[in-house]
Design a protein around this ligand. Structure first.
Ligand SMILES: C[S@@+](CC[C@H](N)C(=O)[O-])C[C@H]1O[C@@H](n2cnc3c(N)ncnc32)[C@H](O)[C@@H]1O
Length: 461
């Protein structure tokens, strides 16, 4: 059973494994902000050649088990995530148009409809050609709080050129554009004794908006302007203004472009500016940020840069290695890394249970219950649920294939997978024969293939 993190002496952590299990390492109600960007329900298939290491790696993003399967898969994990949030924490999920609306209904049930603070529309690109309909150019992010009291730091963006043109009409050679604001009180504000005084021969009927000392200071600073009719105004300089409060439509952050400096080559990498915005708005310095589908670690980098603690979880060994590297490059102290196996030697030293976990995780499979394991099934393939047998052995031969065929017959299935250190020629030949003569497809995967980041395409039966 994983041990909960020690929060007295917190160390940033990366956990490699299915977040459903890895979340158990984290103390309940200890996390301030969770962002997740789960694999999209999009029928897309990604494959990349890693920029840096030329390592071949693929990313499976298909959910042939159907929408319901996808939704249930996420809900089970998100429920656990909610338990990890403290009472002022918030939860962000990044989705696209295929699934956002279905998930919103489920998320309302988990977090409460009243706790949905925003549906953010992130316009990630400006052009997307689609001959038969309008181009899809945005993703949807839902921002839920755990309760009605939550961390919120308002953020501002630059005013639009139209706004500047309309309101900041006056030029100042040294301080830039400014607008005129009221410095005297209106009738509706009523008089206040300490604000009722004469300044430079002018005594407003309802008084000033600031005390005399403040007004004198503003005037010395050339911030009081007298109109031609002799009425005083306050100059507000554009470059001293906070800007316009950000809204729920974000159009100013572009997705990671092919030649972007931040690009790591990881498919679905999100821009750092997006995560910095989320982390800044909904967490404070020293808070704990969790990304349970962390990919190449954009959330981790944003949290690190902004002085937050962080925990990243990803099922992919490759992803965790990339995050480690990425954080090292920005000078972050080495995190605690759990679940990463780098060599076949390390794999051979794992106990049978850990080894089996590693193998099932490596193909993003589902672990079997003890009852099923006794029947010769160690796990099931990713969403398609075909039996997997894991053998911590070299030279796995025909008897193992025969036994799996027995399992498949019993389960009325035609596909299965065996994971081992190596296979005999007899086993390989038998698998070819079964496919040819009886349409049974058994995939043989070696640990070294998995370690090398075997493509998800090959893994998928
Ligand atoms: C869309 S990507 C995340 C990209 C990330 N936001 C970034 O900027 O790099 C989804 C990630 O979820 C991981 N993943 C898939 N199933 C998982 C699971 N059950 N537990 C943890 N991670 C999982 C995948 O390996 C992949 O790296």
């Amino acid at each position: 059973m994983p041990q909960p993190a020690l929060f007295g002496q917190f160390r940033n952590s990366l956990y490699c494994g299915d977040c459903l299990n890895e979340l158990d390492r984290i103390t309940n109600e200890s996390v301030d902000l969770i962002y997740i960007d789960p694999p999209f329900y999009s029928q897309k298939y990604y494959e990349v050649i890693w920029d840096e290491s030329a390592e071949r790696y693929a990313f499976e993003d298909r959910w042939r088990g159907g929408r319901e399967t996808y939704i249930n898969y996420l809900i089970e994990r998100i429920r656990k995530m909610r338990d990890k949030l403290n009472s002022t924490g918030s939860f962000w999920i990044h989705l696209d148009w295929h699934i956002a609306h279905y998930m919103k209904v489920e998320l309302d049930k988990i977090f409460g409809q009243a706790n949905l603070q925003n549906e953010i529309i992130w316009q990630r690109t400006s052009a997307h050609s689609d001959s038969k309909r309008f181009g899809h150019v945005h993703d949807t992010l839902f921002f839920y709080s755990k309760s009605d009291v939550f961390t919120w730091n308002p953020l501002f963006g630059p005013h639009s050129p139209e706004y500047v043109e309309k309101f900041y009409r006056f030029p100042d050679r040294t301080r830039g554009r400014y607008r005129l604001d009221h410095i005297i009180r209106s009738q509706s504000m009523g008089p206040r004794p300490n604000l009722s005084y004469e300044y430079k021969g002018y005594k407003p009927k309802w008084g000033w908006r600031v005390i005399r000392e403040k007004l004198e200071k503003l005037d010395r600073d050339r911030r009081i302007e007298w109109s031609q009719t002799g009425r005083p105004y306050l100059r507000r300089y554009l470059n001293e203004m906070k800007g316009t409060a950000l809204t729920s439509i974000w159009t100013d952050i572009k997705s990671v472009q092919a030649h972007a400096k931040e690009r790591l080559g990881y498919p679905t990498q999100k821009p750092i500016a997006l995560l910095e915005r989320i982390v800044s708005a909904t967490s404070n310095l020293g808070d704990l940020v969790l990304d349970a589908f962390c990919g190449c670690g954009t959330t981790m980098e944003a949290a690190q840069r902004l002085g937050r603690h962080w925990i990243g979880i990803d099922i992919s060994q490759t992803a965790i290695r990339v995050v480690e590297n990425r954080l090292r490059k920005i000078g972050a102290p080495a995190p605690q890394v759990v679940g990463l196996v780098e060599t076949e030697e390390q794999l051979r030293r794992l106990d049978p249970f850990e080894f089996q976990n590693w193998a099932i995780n490596a193909v993003q499979g589902r672990h079997s219950t003890r009852k099923i394991a006794d029947m010769g099934i160690d796990g099931f393939t990713f969403l398609e649920n075909h039996p997997i047998q894991v053998k911590r052995m070299d030279d796995v031969g025909r008897p193992v294939i025969d036994s799996l065929v027995g399992v498949l017959e019993r389960e009325k299935d035609k596909k299965g997978m065996v994971i081992a250190f190596s296979f005999t020629r007899g086993a390989i030949g038998e698998v070819a024969r079964l496919k040819r003569e009886s349409g049974i497809e058994i995939q043989l995967l070696t640990c070294s293939q998995l370690l090398a980041g075997l493509s998800a395409k090959q893994m998928t039966l």
